[in-house]
Ligand binder design. Structure first.
Ligand code: SAH
Ligand code: SF4
Length: 364
């Protein structure tokens, strides 16, 4: 029989589960309160439940919280956490100390199928989707850690390892739990979903009409270059991706953010800045320029400061809203694109890289 994971249950499912154990429905509120407000990692800590029920729960279910394996703190206050999953896999999660309040950056998959050439997260290839409960556990465990230091969790970004729109089956129940007042109770206005551009799912997301922020990883001003560095563009080229983004903006009333990674001598030229301006002209959007974060094994270097400034200036001259993103956590490899599964050690990293280059050595 499959073990029940408490963090996977809706309030109605929790009430049903407890009813099956012979408990009245109000117990569901108590258990949810422990899970989401007090973040009790074990049923035995849920002290207002009768002892007998706590024992029954320990036998019949798991809370769904994750085992913290490693914690690193950056000079700038960014915290990177490595969690072990039940099946021996692991994920990384980052707590970000923004000036406007603390944020959590969660992973949605172990590895990633998308294979963007500049990203460490995709290097192992795809291992598996995370469940909604595994994504929520990352949020709650960071929330608890921040609370212990007197900070509130204000927002979240789905920008860790994985492509959130490639894990739709977990994304929807997760987002439902996020804005459900009986569970996390965080407004979707504080949630940003970052995607490499899975256009049909952007349209599905738009249809929900939720006030989320959609952040699209653009990184190139034309299909030729984008298709080279982001294989997803061969399936959903700009002529398909951009209309989906505009539809999202129209239905939700939320301005779309475009992330544009600046890579030395690849996509950071003046002509490319002009081409990008043309592509986005007249659109309600915001461009976030991100100087590349170094991934030692990959042959890309960040743009020089002068190129970043010039790129920004050209976008501004063309009346595009633009900012340069502040880099956080790079000293502990917690910045965008640097997350990877470090749990299994460096020996396998080599195998994964070979696999991506099409030189699989037959070892999984
Ligand atoms: N898969 C989603 C979300 C996870 S990646 C996506 O691609 O949007 C989060 C962000 O990190 C994306 O904007 C991605 O393009 C960016 N990124 C990947 N590698 C990077 C690197 N080496 N330096 C800086 N940003 C990087
Ligand atoms: Fe996957 Fe995003 Fe990395 Fe691309 S940038 S490989 S989509 S995690």
């Amino acid at each position: 029989m499959k073990t029940t994971i408490a963090l996977a249950l809706t309030p109605a499912a929790m009430a049903g589960f407890l009813e099956g154990l012979g408990e009245p429905p109000y117990r569901a509120d108590q258990v949810l309160d422990w899970l989401y407000r007090k973040q009790a990692y074990n049923f035995s800590d849920m002290t207002n439940l009768p002892q007998g029920l706590r024992e029954k729960l320990q036998k019949e279910a798991k809370t769904g919280f994750l085992e913290l394996v490693k914690q690193q703190v950056s000079d700038d206050g960014t915290i990177k956490l490595l969690f072990a999953l039940g099946d021996g896999e692991s994920v990384e999660t980052v707590a970000l100390p923004y000036r406007t309040g603390h944020s959590v950056c969660v992973s949605t998959q172990v590895g990633c199928k998308m294979g963007c050439l500049f990203c460490a997260s995709g290097m192992p290839g795809f291992v598996r989707n995370l469940t909604a409960a595994e994504i929520m556990a990352q949020v709650l465990q960071v929330k608890k850690l921040l609370a212990a230091e007197g900070h509130a969790l204000k927002s979240m970004v789905l920008m860790g390892t994985g492509e959130p729109l490639d894990n739709w089956a977990a994304l929807l129940p997760f987002l439902n739990a996020v804005h459900d007042p009986a569970r996390l109770g965080m407004s979707l206005r504080h949630v940003t979903i970052s995607t490499s551009g899975v256009a049909p799912r952007i349209l599905d997301l738009a249809k929900l009409g939720w006030p989320l922020t959609l952040s699209v990883s653009l990184h190139a001003p034309n299909d030729k270059l984008r298709g080279k560095i982001m294989p997803v563009n061969r399936k959903y080229p700009l002529s398909v991706l951009l209309p989906a983004c505009w539809e999202f903006a129209e239905i939700t009333g939320r301005r779309v953010t475009f992330e544009y990674l600046l890579i030395d001598s690849l996509n950071d030229g003046e002509n490319q800045a002009r081409e990008l301006s043309g592509l986005l002209r007249g659109m309600q959007c915001h461009v976030n320029l991100i100087p590349l974060n170094a991934v030692p094994e990959l042959p890309f270097t960040p743009s020089k400061d002068a190129a970043v400034l010039r790129f920004q200036e050209i976008l501004r001259q063309n009346k595009i809203n633009v900012t340069v993103r502040r880099k956080l956590g790079a000293d502990i490899a917690a910045a965008c694109g640097q997350l990877r599964n470090t749990f299994r050690g460096s020996e396998q990293d080599g195998c994964r890289r070979d696999k991506r280059q099409g030189k699989s050595q037959g070892k999984k």
